[in-house]
Write a protein that binds this ligand. Structure first.
Ligand code: NAP
Length: 249
């Protein structure tokens, strides 16, 4: 076994139907891991088929809303052995403080339910299926340590991911399971295609200090694999930005 070997590991990727999650699933499968993609929409079955075609491996699909805890405990709880959990499902919507009261409050609650509570439910369901040597990776955001106007719910959820990462690292350390977070910058996915106006994009790109442009999902995926390799066994409770130098902390 090399320091970077993940072959034979069984990996659950939430938010795996597209974007960053799909690329992470692809990177693991290409490295010889068995992958389960989980998302709430019907698209996830087609994504699993596509990934299987691309990598030649058997890929499983689970359709489940991570905010629906009963379904999470049922469906994730029945998956069998897991070595790696990538808690990546998420949504990003505006919650302006002066916006329409009911609409903004509903979006606020839903954002926290999916981006924070849902990650906790998936982790709770998965941990009994994991053993010593397991790895859990959360997807935070550049906004886990910074923030932007009109995104209070999203920023709160992504700051919360850091607290949860650190608390769970303490809790799961004695079981030999590591818990870390990756904080992406501006990645070329549906989420950003829907949210980023040309003006914001120009501003963001100007802040990048290397390789200006969208970060492609396949580029960031390797870091998600790294955290499950023997080379990362002593890294836990940490977070790392992947953002072309847009933010340095
Ligand atoms: P994306 O392309 O919109 O993908 C989001 C994924 O999450 C999809 O597979 C989606 O599938 C799934 N999902 C959404 N709500 C769900 C729910 N309730 N239950 C289960 N799955 C759900 O976005 P992305 O950019 O790849 O985002 C992935 C993660 O990266 C998110 O946590 C996001 O906050 C984070 N992130 C992204 C960026 C960026 O620049 N793109 C930057 C920082 C952080 P369904 O819709 O079918 O459920």
């Amino acid at each position: 076994m090399t320091m970077f070997d993940v072959s034979g590991k069984r990996v659950l990727v939430t938010g795996g139907s597209r974007g960053i999650g799909y690329a992470v699933g692809k990177a693991y499968a290409a490295a010889g891991a068995d992958v389960v993609l989980l998302s709430s929409g019907a698209e996830v079955s087609k994504s699993a088929e596509r990934l299987s075609g691309e990598t030649g491996r058997r890929i499983e699909a689970v359709r489940c809303d991570v905010a629906d805890r009963k379904t999470v405990y049922d469906k994730v709880g029945r998956l069998g052995r897991l070595d790696v959990v990538i808690n990546n499902a998420g949504l990003c919507r505006q919650t302006p403080i002066s916006g329409d009261r009911d609409e903004v409050d509903d979006i606020f609650e839903r954002t926290l339910a999916v981006n924070l509570s849902g990650q906790f439910y998936v982790t709770r369901a998965a941990v009994p299926l994991m053993d010593k040597g397991g790895a859990i990776v959360f997807t935070g955001s550049i906004w886990s340590t910074t923030a932007g106007a009109e995104y209070a719910a999203y920023c709160a959820s992504k700051h919360g991911i850091l607290g949860m990462t650190r608390a769970l690292a303490h809790e799961l350390g004695p079981k030999g399971i590591t818990v870390n977070a990756i904080l992406p910058g501006t990645v070329h996915t549906e989420m950003n295609l829907q949210n980023i106006t040309p003006e914001i994009r120009k501003l963001v790109l100007a802040q990048m200090v290397i390789n200006r442009g969208w970060i492609e999902p396949d580029e960031i995926a390797g870091l998600f694999v790294f955290f499950a390799t023997p080379a990362a066994r002593d890294i836990t409770g940490q977070s790392i930005h992947y953002n072309r130098g847009q933010v340095m902390v």
